[in-house]
Design a protein around this ligand. Sequence first.
Ligand code: BES
Ligand code: ZN
Length: 883
Amino acid sequence: MSEPAGAKPTRFLRDYRAPAWRIDDVELVFDLDAAATIVQARLSLRQDDAAAPLELDAEALELLELRIDGRVLGADEFSLAADRLVVPGARGPLVLESRVRIAPERNTALQGLYLSGTREQGFLLTQCEAEGFRRITPFLDRSDVLARYRVTLRADRARYPVLLANGNADGAGELGDGRHWARFVDPHPKPSYLFALVAGRLESIERTFVTAEGRRVRLVIHAEADAIGRCGWAMQCLEQAMRWDEERFGRCYDLDAFHVVATHDFTMGAMENKGLNIFNAKYLLADPASATDDDHRHVLAVVGHEYFHNWSGNRVTCRDWFQLCLKEGLTVYREQEFESDLASRTLRRIEDVRLLWRAQFSEDAGPLAHPVRPDRYSEINNFYTATVYEKGAEIVRMLGVVLGRDGFRRGLDLYFARHDGHAATIEDFLAALGDANGVDLSPWLAWYEQAGTPELRASGRHDARRRCYELTLEQHTAPTPGQPHKRALPIPVAIALFDAAGRALPLRLDGEDADTAAHERVLLLDRDAATFRFADIDEAPTPSLLRGFSAPVRLVQDTPPPALAALARHDSDGFNRWFAGDALVRRLFAQALAGSEPDAALFAAWTACVGSALDDPGVDPALAAEMLTIADATSLADGLADIDPEAVHQARARIETGLAVALASKLVRRHAALGDLDDLAVDPATQARRRLRNACLAALCRADAAHAPLARAQYARARNLTDRLAALGALLGMRDTEADAALADFAERHAGDALVLDKWFSLQATEADPRACERVAALLVHPAFRWSNPNNVYALPGAFALRNPRAFHRVDGDGYRLVADAILRLDALTPQVAARLATAFGAWRRYEPLRRALMRRELERMLGRERLSPDLADILGRSLAGT
Ligand code: BES
Ligand code: ZN
């Protein structure tokens, strides 16, 4: 397959070569200015391969001077192309000095050094992962070149009073002309993608943290003046993350200061630069008036995630970008465990599985499918995907299940000890985990190398005469692009068997000792099919399979609906209670989609389960809310071909509304009983109850317009953003006569608060109504919407394209056209963001013929455009491959 016009050449994992040159020490001096910044670099280079010319990555740099060992190079001694600086005659070791000019305020790609906010008020910052450092200075910009950095920042004091870079502070002072300087030394060798600097007018809050090793660390969070009051929550989260990593994984922090900075102009969520994390403001700022409960939990997760990278990513980094999941999959897993230990494990698991189904399973089912460790890429920015992150975390989780908690910890300890200060691979990771436990984990490499969602079929048979239960497990993975034949994977299947009274049975496989029997165990299916025979089973049991979602597979089970209903009520695994309910929903959905009336007994069994969760004070209210919230349209359509999104919407709505109508009186009761919550508390218990109260409200408003007064009253009374937004959403969803007035009130009340207005944009962009298309088109010219701001883009055209299937897939094609136009417009500004939006077209082949043709037409129209960015050209090219 060749690349489309505009795409970068494909790189292959098999072509990896160790660097021919290495850099031991880096000295950087920045003369900072938004219009023109001068960067001087002094690199101590070593040559490992005597035959290799010196080639440095260099992009969008104006080269002013180049010296080797003090001597200025003439124009004939080097060449500077679009992305490369070559010095053919250079022989190491040597000292290379360069002086370049860059223009932060013109950098709309937001990679390298750029300006956040306006020229007058904003501040300067960097984003280097994956390949942004080459836009700052010529360098060996690859993750296996680890160097020690010494960085001096110089700038006008009034305009840029705060100066920050990685590492420990090493002096500061005045320059005399109104300018000042500050120096930083980072003692830990690091790859260039972890470099960062920040300069500007920022306020801060500060705490002291004493590590388990006795190091006193300054924790400083920086934000612009109007936002600093909202950083307290993040500070608490940071302290909790640091303590947790010490206790759970024995990992301590390793510098004298840890800085965190918030910006409104960021393409991603947050970035783990060594000792200087930079956050998208939406994952750092939080207080009850301007952030929802979900936002509070996201801040906890993202602050944890970036902090945990200090070991899983920074101390041990990736050999190359093919190994991205080595740091991201492991860190997502660590972050999941952090939140699970602090709040509700079951709830976090349900949310992660929902995300896996919606984002990863669907990615695996289309032309953008790729292995967790891709073996090729054209633009690496396009591989920060649900597959690398979420499926990558699932693999780590499976290893945790198989090795057990202590075994996994031993393995991770060995991994960190062996590779500290080095760049590692997935093979290194598996070897460390295996060696620490005396097992061979190499079969697990297949999970990293093979794309596609495995299907796991389970069928059970009880043999009354032999008093045994036979469970047959089979696996199958459908072909994905470039991988026509799939191998069998090791699949851990956690299982329990329940008797008619809901008691878990002792599980003894044929031939095992009676006294070893546990009530839950993990079966490992490591071939295409296997049968497991459990002994001493007197009656046909109900199997509870894949407990805790022990593997990222699509489970096809023959468990009859009454047994699923029993699991949904009584399974001792909270996740599997929800999972059984979801299985019932999917059967009802299939019937509704086929145009038949959903089976009455099945429907009654399911609503009874949800009803009992609602009534039972012993059930965590957050879980009751999850039972009440059925799978989204994208995950319900998982596995379908010729999708008609309108039909999917109608079938789903029928079930959702049916549930609400059937449970109306219970919902009214529970909603009222949850009435008196502390509006401003954000502890997990209050959040859980608020979540259920708002889930009840949403369901009631779906059931009957007569409940509108509840939503109107909540809107008027709300003191926190969670309740106000929930009420607004309910009014909008039922097209209440007061919905437009409430929308206008909300915008006025939160005018000037960009993060809250983004939620206002998203709410309207995701309304499951074809007319959302016109609404989005109108909002694109709203004064609070700017194309250059990624948060705005994700909130409006992004939310529409990726989270409103009914309107995006409008049969007249207007949704597709709107989004394609937005993508083309964005591509000239922020290519990374344009490419993300374009993934909305990825699954085009799975739709019914008319939509398929319309989507294809838009893909081809975009691909036909001149001067596409490599980011967008790559996504479009792969989406259309094979046409
Ligand atoms: N290292 C990434 C940030 C990143 C992503 C940099 C892509 C460059 C390109 C960071 O650790 C990360 O994973 N951030 C996530 C949030 C996280 C909680 C999953 C993000 O930005 O979405
Ligand atoms: Zn990460």
